[in-house]
Design a protein. Structure first.
Length: 385
């Protein structure tokens, strides 16, 4: 029995876009393939897209996830229905004042409706990135989030071309980092950026598989750890990662840091801290440890399998990080309630086959509309990111 894994960066509705754009840069992937398809999403589609991602996460031993996207009401509903712990932010990008105000309004409405529900669903604010949200608007988000006493999610320096557009000192000056913040990626941070992250106690979500798949590079995690920055793991969404396999993040995350810094600089103990208690620290919640006063979020691993041979407890940490995979997850519990037991889902509101059927029907509807459109990344002046 181990603590539940804490996934600090995801886009759950994007399960519809798995495998669509495998060989593109971040810019082309986002603006040419993802955003035009997202124009065709509807609320019911979003519910089932999020639901499918949550089922995948639960079966992978993830008990808490942090999500940024549109359709936050539907993501919150799916989280509530399944029983998973969720920290959800409305993705906020700026195009027009009208579009911006609409997104802020939606974020506030979701907060007022769902924040604190069942003591496991929490709503924050999610400015997408400094290249899609100008500094004056980041300042506005900071002021609103302070009013509601909630957290921030943001993408920072994911790709190399962002270095020419902003630096983290500029972001710090907006007041955004005065709030509990989870910054996804941070691949292209320099020494001054790392100083800002450390000084402002910003939490970093390391997404190694997505970062490498999009060709963005290896985040300097060891350098950030040396500055006492709290590092966690994220899967990102299915569209850029292709799976929500937390075991992959641990394994490849460790291997990449060993490649970058040397084999002795990134231990399995550090990787497991990032997977468990660091996530709880980032979310200011008593999760990530199996101790009194901590929430009963846990995973039961089946050790009667080749991945755990030799079955020697002194090797258990290594087996979890470098050998185990989702098929070793026997059960997943959140808040003392089994959501998944003996590899079966226990909290579904409808039959699994019905969920999958609806998901594929909605997927086909999105693709049909996309294929009959002009695929333009500029025809919608009020487009979400």
């Amino acid at each position: 029995i181990v603590p539940g894994f804490i996934n600090t960066h995801s886009h759950s509705v994007m399960s519809y876009f798995r495998g669509i754009a495998d060989d593109l840069s971040l810019n082309d992937w986002l603006f040419k393939e993802m955003l035009p398809r997202e124009d065709f999403l509807e609320s019911e589609m979003a519910y089932y897209g999020a639901l499918v991602s949550m089922l995948e996460m639960i079966s992978n031993g993830i008990t808490t996830f942090v999500d940024m996207y549109m359709f936050t009401d539907e993501i919150a509903k799916a989280s509530y229905d399944l029983g998973i712990r969720a920290y959800i932010s409305r993705g906020l990008s700026f195009d027009t004042d009208e579009g911006w105000n609409r997104r802020i309004k939606e974020n506030i409405e979701t907060y007022e409706k769902y924040n604190g529900l069942d003591n496991r669903i929490y709503i924050g604010f999610g400015p997408h990135a400094p290249y899609t949200v100008p500094m004056n608007k980041l300042k506005e988000v900071a002021e609103i989030a302070k009013k509601y006493n909630t957290h921030i999610q943001i993408h920072l320096l994911e790709s190399a071309n962002e270095r020419n557009q902003y630096n983290l000192l500029d972001v710090e000056n907006t007041g955004l980092f005065d709030l509990p913040t989870i910054a996804a990626h941070c691949v292209h941070v320099d020494e001054k950026d790392i100083e800002v992250l450390s000084r402002k106690e910003v939490n970093v979500a390391y997404n190694p598989v997505s970062n490498m798949k999009l060709g963005n590079g290896i985040a300097p995690i060891v350098d950030m750890l040396d500055k006492n920055i709290n590092i966690t793991f994220g899967t990102d969404g299915c569209a850029s990662n292709n799976s929500l396999n937390f075991f992959n993040e641990m394994k490849f995350g460790g291997i990449l840091q060993k490649y970058k810094y040397g084999p002795d600089r990134f231990s399995v103990e550090q990787i497991l801290r990032m997977s468990w208690e660091n996530g709880g620290f980032a979310l200011e919640t008593n999760i990530g440890r199996l101790e009194p006063e901590f929430k009963a979020d846990l995973v039961v691993l089946d050790m009667d399998s080749f991945e755990f041979f030799p079955n020697d407890l002194s090797r258990l940490k290594s087996h979890i990080v470098y050998s185990a995979n989702p098929k070793n997850v026997f059960a997943t519990m959140v808040a003392g309630k089994f959501l998944y037991y003996d590899r079966e889902f226990l909290t579904l509101k409808e039959e699994k086959e019905q969920i999958y059927e609806k998901f594929h029907k909605f997927y086909q509807r999105i693709e049909d509309k996309y294929n009959n459109s002009d695929h333009s990344d500029s025809h919608n002046d009020d487009r979400d990111i």
